[in-house]
Design a protein around this ligand. Sequence first.
Ligand code: SF4
Length: 274
Amino acid sequence: MTDDLLNPDIPVPEELQSNIAITTVEKIYNWSRRSSVWPMMFGLACCAIEMICTAASRYDLARFGMEVMRPSPRQADLMIVSGTVTKKMIPQIVRLYNQMPEPRYVLSMGACANGGGPFKEGYNVVSGVDKFIPVDVYVPGCPPTPQALLHGLIKLQEKIERQSLRSVPWYQKGPGEAVPVPVLWPDLIDPRQVPQIKRMAAEHLATLAAGVMAAAPAAAQAQPTTEAAQSTAPVRKPGLTPEEIARRQALAAQRRAEREAALKQASEEGGEPK
Ligand code: SF4
């Protein structure tokens, strides 16, 4: 039993101190949890190389009870997001997070996972994984060194030690709440933002409709009314070449001339035009 489990408020006779440890359930519960965090085995980009180095012999994650990288989210309780989070990848990350049993933790490793990094505001990059899943520890750097990752993991251990059995979310009544998986089409859509997107779309449509209503009277006044005005106005239809427009205008003029000749002939003969 380690010294940090001994409660200094409870006196223990000196001859028994090497045999007896008195502590609280909460302390021993948190001590066992923080000493056996199992990270999930996955990496996204260059930061993953540093994470792999951290697990190798030089830095030796086994000192923290974290050497067992699990290939399944159902056996892991720590997600290390190491690398660039793309819009294509975030639905899978959120799904894996939802599949991890509670208690679960997330460590964001590197500038990319923290806020987009060198690719921030890129067309295909998420500006921080914490926009979708809750992050417990951020490790800065591009990439962070193995020592920085170890420091982040020690900070996570300190956080676990501070948690109380009475207030942790996974012991509250009712089922835990899953994070909605984002939808990638046509861009990334967070289902939690759908009401906000609908409201903004309705406002946009209302603005467009108001603009059309205001422009309608002015357009009616500017409309040519005589046949001459209509025939002289060059109307460019989308997709028509200048040659095609000229051919159609010549055909229309020919038909108009034929019609006028027929009318003239009918008026001279006193009958109806054919
Ligand atoms: S933070 Fe730097 S090293 Fe890490 S994934 Fe992004 S670009 Fe690569």
